[in-house]
Design a protein. Sequence first.
Length: 222
Amino acid sequence: MAEQWTQRDRALWLTCELALAGARGLPVRPPDPVASAVRPQLADGETLLAAGPFTRYVLRAGDGSYRRSSGFFFATGAVGLAATAAVAAGQLVGNARRKRAAERDAAPRWEAAGTGLLTVSTHGFYLSAPGGLAAWSYAAVGACEVGRPGLVDLSGQSTTGPVRWLLESDWAELLFAMWALAAHPGHPQLASGAWLPPGWLARAASVRAGGEGVAPGLPGAP
């Protein structure tokens, strides 16, 4: 049975085609119009390349607050002394448990901070969410890398100060490739092809879906 060619595969396929065109100095244009309400606004001659849903994650600092139980209990007599010891032991166990929980809560963690539409262009990207539209030029992004398939870890300078986000989308790799070609062509992930899912190129080369043929090459690949 032929291996299924998914929408995600098509996104990666188009990403490779656009990235290769950019690396060769050719016009970077999608084969079909991009379904996005966003209009190009970052530069003259800007072209919208792809659009799709995204989820944004931000790094939150934990609470880490810890309240030690020090309630006093004392009773006399054999039964009372045993009860006192039991209460004290219970307080020690409870305090240790609360301390461990506070230490876990104190560790920074990534939390979902909204969803919307990601539109990637030749000059930057747009995040359209219920709170409004944010336009990012590639020049405003200081660092970007593919953390795992479909997710980029990026840092940049926003209008309110420095930010670091994780963006999850079918077009995460396209965002990375366009940024790297525009702002950091020596990026090690771009040169090595490590920004694509492991084994995807080999699999794509063996799959034909709707006459799409073999997978395109990669920037920096022989």
